[in-house]
Ligand binder design. Structure first.
Ligand SMILES: *[C@@H]1O[C@H](CO)[C@@H](O)[C@H](O)[C@H]1NC(C)=O
Ligand SMILES: *[C@@H]1O[C@H](CO)[C@@H](O)[C@H](O)[C@H]1NC(C)=O
Length: 403
């Protein structure tokens, strides 16, 4: 549909420019046609604005729908949990999820089965997995039928895997398994991490198959454990990370040495600042698909690319743009269009009928989603500038970030 619309648009705009040059010959019929076309073009511009708004609405709806689907799945899962009789082995279904609301960060981080592992895991509450537990009884995780996602607990308290080599004969096994490469952040989603088993002064004497890990809202992690290759190897729970269970909602658990863990307030998200202003330091004639405004005066946030002339919205929000030209020469039309996501949304139109010159400035305000592309196309006519005049300019600002 996009292709169809833009080709019609190209055609009609092309006709406008052709009509305008012919108009100088004084053809009455052409003038009439041009007037009609003016109305048509206004209609088209309105239509494109409408389409852009609809597309934005559509993406919002899709997002809402995804959230709801996830919420429904979550509810189904919870129902399934309560339907099941409690099994008194140490593997229990988790049910802490009710405490946490759905946040945007969780969006899209679902498993192949379409479930968010942060809300559908099994609790692994086995004290012998603790890093300070020596081998009174030797366990081997190769004998466990791992299935799905697990959250580690120690005496009912949330705990994490160690990120450092653990002494041998700990964690109730011979070669303790630890997480290589550290835990992910929430925004990383589901990641794959290497697992090593310590033996004979070699921290990675056993290279166990990698596992998947995900950080969840509420300072806990879920692991997709798999069978290690040999016995006796077992996944460890680092007692030093018990401190992380006390972190509040606005805190993250962190450690400099991976030994001592503490809660730290998360930095308030810096409000996105996006401003740019650039000029084209020469004259333009006829069709220029994308004006490369190479003289950049302001580019806070770095969203404007001076090599391509394209502005890429770094966050979702309300943006305002402006673009200008200096047109001249009797009887010729000069059209510059603002192009948003390949829709021509706003025109700077100049048509000087006497031998004179005039500056034109156009503005446009719109809601953009992250990644939207905006640039200016020189469709026809002549625009005048030199390196100091700043008459052909393009600029804009993020007025309001929407998360
Ligand atoms: C617990 O669950 C396991 C696996 O589903 C099953 O084999 C076992 O019999 C259950 N134990 C009890 C006490 O229900
Ligand atoms: C292991 O550490 C925990 C938490 O610090 C402690 O409560 C427990 O007594 C320790 N266990 C052993 C065997 O040292």
């Amino acid at each position: 549909m996009q292709m169809g619309v833009s080709s019609i648009q190209m055609l009609s705009v092309l006709l406008v420019c052709v009509a305008s040059t012919k108009q100088t010959e004084g053809s009455y019929a052409l003038k009439m046609w041009s007037k009609e076309d003016q109305a048509l073009r206004e209609q088209l511009a309105l239509m494109y604005k409408e389409i852009e708004a609809l597309r934005h609405d559509q993406s919002l709806m899709k997002q809402k729908q995804e959230d709801m689907t996830q919420a429904v799945m979550h509810c189904t899962q919870m129902q399934a949990d309560t339907d099941k009789e409690v099994n008194v082995t140490s593997l229990e279904k988790g049910s802490t999820s009710m405490l946490y609301s759905f946040s945007q960060e969780e969006e899209g981080d679902v498993t192949d089965e379409g479930l968010n592992p942060c809300y559908s895991y099994k609790s692994l509450n086995q004290d012998w997995r603790a890093t300070n537990y020596s081998t009174r009884q030797v366990s081997c995780d190769r004998n466990v039928r791992w299935n799905g996602w697990y959250r580690l607990f120690y005496r009912g308290k949330s705990i994490q895997m160690p990120e450092l080599c653990v002494k041998r004969e700990r964690c109730g096994t011979h070669a303790p398994l630890w997480l290589v490469g550290g835990h992910p952040r929430k925004r990383d989603g589901i990641v794959t991490r290497k697992i090593c088993g310590h033996w004979n002064n070699n921290c990675c004497a056993f290279q166990s198959p990698p596992i998947q890990v995900k950080a969840c809202q509420g300072n806990y992690y879920v692991y997709k454990f798999v069978q290690p290759l040999a016995c006796h190897l077992a996944y460890c729970a680092d007692v030093n990370t018990l401190a992380c269970g006390k972190c509040k909602k606005n805190e993250i658990c962190t450690s400099k040495d991976k030994i001592k863990w503490f809660c730290k307030k998360t930095k308030r998200r810096v409000k996105a600042k996006v401003h740019f202003f650039a000029a084209y330091p020469g004259s333009l004639s006829g069709k220029v698909n994308r004006i490369r405004y190479s003289k950049v005066y302001v580019n806070v946030g770095g969203a404007f690319n001076r090599l391509t002339g394209v502005f890429t919205a770094p966050v979702k929000g309300i943006y305002q743009f402006f673009f200008s030209t200096q047109a001249a020469r009797t009887g010729r039309k000069t059209d510059l269009w603002l192009v948003v996501n390949s829709y021509w949304v706003s025109v700077s139109h100049t048509h000087v009928s006497v031998s004179n010159t005039v500056g034109a400035l156009s503005t446009y305000m719109t809601t953009l989603r992250k990644g939207a592309l905006v640039y200016v196309t020189h469709n026809c006519g002549n625009s005048y500038a030199n390196s100091a005049s700043n008459t052909i300019v393009f600029g804009g600002s993020l007025l309001l970030a929407q998360t």
